[in-house]
Design a protein around this ligand. Structure first.
Ligand SMILES: C[S@@+](CC[C@H](N)C(=O)[O-])C[C@H]1O[C@@H](n2cnc3c(N)ncnc32)[C@H](O)[C@@H]1O
Length: 265
């Protein structure tokens, strides 16, 4: 299956911002409720140990991504002082505020737009990106990685979507889930109930964008080609797939960080 860079509706500048927020809120709720990214905690733990970074700068955070689930797991693993900073090109501020309040101040957010290809230099910390790298065409994807390299910051990319018929089939199930958990998504909005149960725009956009996301997701060989074009001789890159012990779709990851300096006597 070749990579196809079709459009996702919620990322279009013309897409109504209130609906974009509904979509990213639903994603956030689903990812945390089903602990979709829990298998990557050991990877994050290892890289945070290697980089000794006290701050994670999450890019393309949407409604907060999986951080309400991941943050306590990392805090529990002797990283009590770890702070997470949510950022996005189109910040969903009400969701950021809600995630921050629910996290006992472990999660903070940047209110101004942050483009992942050009992160402000003052935002220093290990960069993460969940369910978002496929948004970028190869040249922009390279710019995301090069920007982290130029700032000498580590970066971790995690993707639950996959260019595989089985994952594409899962998107039909995924699009049905909002019918089950929408009343529990916070912040509560009547418009969300309307756009799910009366006019099911949210499930339909989730289905369309979910299928397109799968078709856009990079395979390991394509990631290697992107990395090969970076000017980053002193970086260490790791990539692979993290199996999900509950048998659900595996998570693909790409992690890069400055190679630790070897002290010579
Ligand atoms: C599929 S959502 C992922 C949300 C979140 N990471 C999660 O796991 O639920 C993709 C997000 O990427 C953001 N985005 C798109 N292009 C961006 C860019 N160039 N820089 C930063 N964010 C971007 C969108 O606003 C959207 O919130």
């Amino acid at each position: 299956m070749r990579r196809a860079h079709l459009i996702e509706l919620h990322e279009q500048s013309w897409f109504p911002s209130f609906l974009r927020d509904e979509i990213t809120d639903t994603l956030q709720c689903g990812m945390n409720r089903f602990r979709a990214y829990a298998p990557v905690v050991p990877l994050l733990q290892n890289v945070l140990d290697a980089t000794r970074s006290p701050l994670i700068v999450d890019m393309c955070s949407g409604g907060g991504g999986p951080w309400l689930d991941l943050s306590p797991r990392l805090q529990g693993n002797a990283r009590a002082s770890l702070q997470i900073l949510l950022t996005d090109k189109y910040p969903n501020l009400s969701a950021f505020q809600s995630a921050s309040a629910a996290s006992q101040n472990h999660i903070a957010f940047h209110s101004a737009p942050v483009d992942a290809t050009n992160v402000p230099p003052e935002l220093r910390g290990f960069r993460t990106m969940f369910t978002s790298f496929h948004h970028f065409r190869p040249q922009e994807a390279r710019a995301v990685l090069q920007n982290a390299v130029d700032a000498s910051q580590g970066i971790g990319i995690f993707e639950i979507t996959r260019r595989a018929p089985s994952t594409i089939a899962c998107m039909f199930l995924w699009a049905l889930l909002p019918f089950l958990f929408t009343p529990w998504i916070r912040p509560f909005r009547w418009s969300r109930l309307l756009c799910t149960y009366v006019l099911p725009i949210i499930p339909l956009v989730l289905l369309f964008d979910g299928v397109v996301s799968c078709l856009r997701t990079y395979r390991p060989q394509e990631l290697r080609e992107i990395i090969a074009k970076l000017s980053a001789t002193e970086y260490q890159w790791e990539m692979g797939e993290r199996a999900n012990p509950r048998g659900e779709v595996p998570i693909a990851y790409l992690i890069g960080y400055p190679r630790p300096k070897i002290l010579t006597m």
